[in-house]
Design a protein around this ligand. Sequence first.
Ligand code: NAD
Length: 374
Amino acid sequence: MKRYTIATIPGDGIGPDVVREGVLALEAAGARFGLSFTFLETLMGGAAIDATRLPLPPETLATCQGSDAVLLGAVGGPKWDGLPGKSRPEAGLLALRAGMGVYANLRPAFMFPVLAAACPLKPSLVEGGIDVLVVRELTGGIYFGERGRSADGESAWDTERYSRTEITRLLKIGFEAAMGRARRLCVVDKANVLESSRLWRETAAAMAPAWPEVALSFMYVDNAAMQLVRAPRQFDVIATSNMFGDILSDEAAMITGSIGMLASASVGASGPGLYEPIHGSAPDIAGLDRANPLATILSTAMLLRHSLHEEEAAAAIEAGVGAVLAQGWRCADIASGAPGERTVGTQEMGRLVASSIAAGAGAGAAAGKREARP
Ligand code: NAD
């Protein structure tokens, strides 16, 4: 029996609901593949502010740093919106990412074939499926740059700043990810305007000879936003800065059907990774058993794969999700009203996936699911 310690951060809003189902999926996969998990629940975000006044208590960071991997729900909500920037729940998340040294965020936007009806694009545009991996820089750029307000409060600034080292380590993950997929890497920037983007281009071009099999291309971010809805199948791996990646990965997520389906992994050079759904705390549906837990459950598959190197267990979770979807089970956000669909709540969806994993059913049901393994 292999033993792993997983720090969990349920967070706020729907966070606790979806993390509970993620834990169930891990336990089901663990029971099947001889893995034993110790879950250490910790506080962050609004829940931590209420309990300790700090969005990221030092003990939470220490627990995360000492674990094999971290599973996070989501943080934030209207209750804490009035707080100043550094005291807000989101500040806890930025500090956690920085404290764990996870500088690359991998966001696969994959459309399960049975969910094609939930895709808002014309069927002709997505025929053959959507499978884009956004590799977003996570600990630099404008979200971390110098910011301020003028003395009279009438102007404000935020600074986009990147070093060659930060760009290189992010692009390395992009190139490696592309090697495990269709071998196409598109670096998205705004190099016609921003000096920092020109450094991204220069760095990527200098690195390209080390990956001769990867076709490297560049695209301006405004064009990329348009191309993602015009012809999403042209993309394989997109590598980009923190803010551009934040926006494009949400767009890529939405064209696959629902934000409730998209997982993410944040990794660094070493140490535990941070795994979370890309959605937020969804205060509008918190506590209503309406949150789709599949993004979090699929994040646990990424956790098994990238941090624990338990590929079989990871694939079993993805297959479990695929099998449950193929049987017609849907959460409200991915229900299309097609015949044969049955809509269930958060807990029932989690239970169905866990039983499917335990039963070993659905192997191959996620066929075609191909997530990058940098
Ligand atoms: P959101 O992702 O929470 O919600 C956007 C919309 O998507 C809502 O209509 C919501 O109901 C729906 N949705 C989100 N997740 C869903 C799921 N699993 N199942 C079904 N529907 C789902 O984004 P928002 O409304 O802009 O932000 C709400 C709060 O979350 C804010 O406080 C924001 O700061 C925070 N937030 C946190 C994170 C994070 O913790 N990583 C990320 C984004 C936003």
